[in-house]
Design a protein around this ligand. Structure first.
Ligand code: PBG
Length: 327
């Protein structure tokens, strides 16, 4: 029985398995998304994301405290503005929804506050930047890259001025990290780090989020600015550009369908790696669990563990509170 000298089962028993486990989940690794809505006075449940709500600005502090009670200290804020226009001007308004929420959270809690920097929730057309003049029946669309950079920088600076601890640009605008770094530095926010959505794919898994944040494009799609799901090598180039421009943390998004990219970026780049376990990854597990087909606790934990195993240092996830409660 020579071939049974090696018995991997020896280390799978209770008592030893945790000693030899390669990765662990900890509340320190998790960032919880929060939706703040300037158009409502009451909390609004998000049907496709069970357990999540849009909260009014007046409830932002309470919402963050609920999250902190589970042991999760970091949040990422998304805003639903009181009004939208072609430019997305409420994105950088001093009295904008995110700016007001960040100020309140900063004054009343010790949470670490990250803000998503993008235009799609603020523009009436729902795209992540300024668009070219187009005829209503013209199906082609281009988001103007360079004109958008200034607006992103202004938005990031307004978040930092309100007290954001970190900014996270998600628009996949070429040069966005450099433009934001310059804007922040010029305004004296040299200590505010940038977590770049460095490799963000044009993914069907964002569906529930677009309902939640009211950020679906009114026409066209995001194929000409977000990455093609077929491409992994291109992600390395995207990430490299963001590193050159001063990104402090590199995010891959979505997470589970792109674990190869998480792993490759983690091995190649000497920066913390974040992965965004997106709304569709959350919704599909909930839907299957509701049908009794999956054990939600088990698959949520396994999902996050897989993301860590692939090499992520931190995970943005709608499961943050549920998983943290059980850790
Ligand atoms: C904004 C943004 C999106 C997400 C995060 N920031 C939507 C999009 O690009 O369409 C998606 C997050 C999720 O699905 O959980 N650009």
């Amino acid at each position: 029985m020579d071939h049974l000298t090696h018995r991997p089962r020896r280390l799978r028993r209770d008592g030893v398995r945790s000693l030899v486990s390669e990765v662990d989940l900890s509340t320190d690794d998790l960032v919880a998304p929060v939706f703040v809505d300037a158009t409502t006075d009451d909390r609004q449940p998000i049907p496709s994301m069970p357990g999540h709500e849009r909260v009014p600005v007046s409830d932002a502090v309470a919402r963050v405290e609920e999250i902190r009670e589970t042991g999760v200290e970091a949040v990422i804020l998304f805003g639903i503005p009181d009004s939208k226009d072609a430019q997305g001007s409420r994105a950088w308004a001093e009295d904008g929804v995110v700016q007001r929420a960040v100020r309140a959270i900063g004054e009343e809690t010790d949470a670490y506050v990250i803000t998503d920097v993008c235009m799609c929730e603020y523009t009436d057309h729902g795209h992540c930047g300024v668009i070219e003049d187009r005829a209503d029946d013209d199906p082609t669309l281009t988001v103007k890259n360079d004109e958008t950079l200034e607006l992103l920088a202004e938005t990031a600076v307004s978040h930092a001025a309100a007290g954001a601890d970190m900014v996270a640009p998600s628009s996949m605008t070429d040069g966005m990290v450099g433009a934001i770094r310059e804007g922040l530095d010029d305004a004296g926010h040299t200590e505010v780090p940038i977590m770049s959505y460095a490799a963000k794919y044009e993914s069907g898994f964002y569906g529930p989020f677009r309902d939640a944040a009211d950020g679906a494009p009114a026409f066209g799609d995001r194929r000409h600015y977000q990455m093609d799901p077929a491409n992994a090598r291109e992600a390395m180039r995207e990430v490299e550009l963001d590193v050159e421009q001063g990104a402090d943390v590199l995010m891959i998004k979505p997470a589970l369908p792109y674990l190869d990219v998480v792993s490759a970026v983690g091995q190649e780049f000497d920066r913390p790696i974040a992965a965004y376990n997106v709304s569709g990854e959350y919704a599909m597990l909930h839907a299957a669990a509701e049908k009794g087909w999956l054990d939600l606790e088990a698959v949520a934990h396994e999902s996050l563990l897989s993301i860590k195993r692939a090499g992520a240092d931190l995970i943005l996830t709608y499961f943050a509170e549920d998983v943290a409660r059980r850790l």
